[in-house]
Ligand binder design. Sequence first.
Ligand SMILES: [Zn+2]
Length: 126
Amino acid sequence: MEATQHAPAFAHAAGPAALPCLRCAEPFLRQAHLDLHLGRAHLHALGEAERDAFARALAEEEAWLAAFRRRMRAALGMMPAVFVLLVSAGLLLALDLGLWWVFLLTPGTLSFGALMAYAEWQREDA
Ligand SMILES: [Zn+2]
């Protein structure tokens, strides 16, 4: 399963299609969620195959979280540029200078925002 196909971890299900935990009967919507539950709640009682499934599910979850953090850092890297544009538009409106002056700031500000988003996207240490 690709990391982007994960549903949220809280997506438990109680319907007939749910996968119940064989040890505590808690239902799960996806096999990966059941594997994570088994490892987190019943680790001491797992067999070799269940431990392997837990390790795989844990690695998939970590990959999904890393991709999510990367996207959020890129979006947050863009925020100062958006803030500058909004403050500029607010000042231009407040000073009654006309909103079209904002177009003078837009290319440079958006380029700066794109550069910051790219830098955050490329950063590996976070
Ligand atoms: Zn259980």
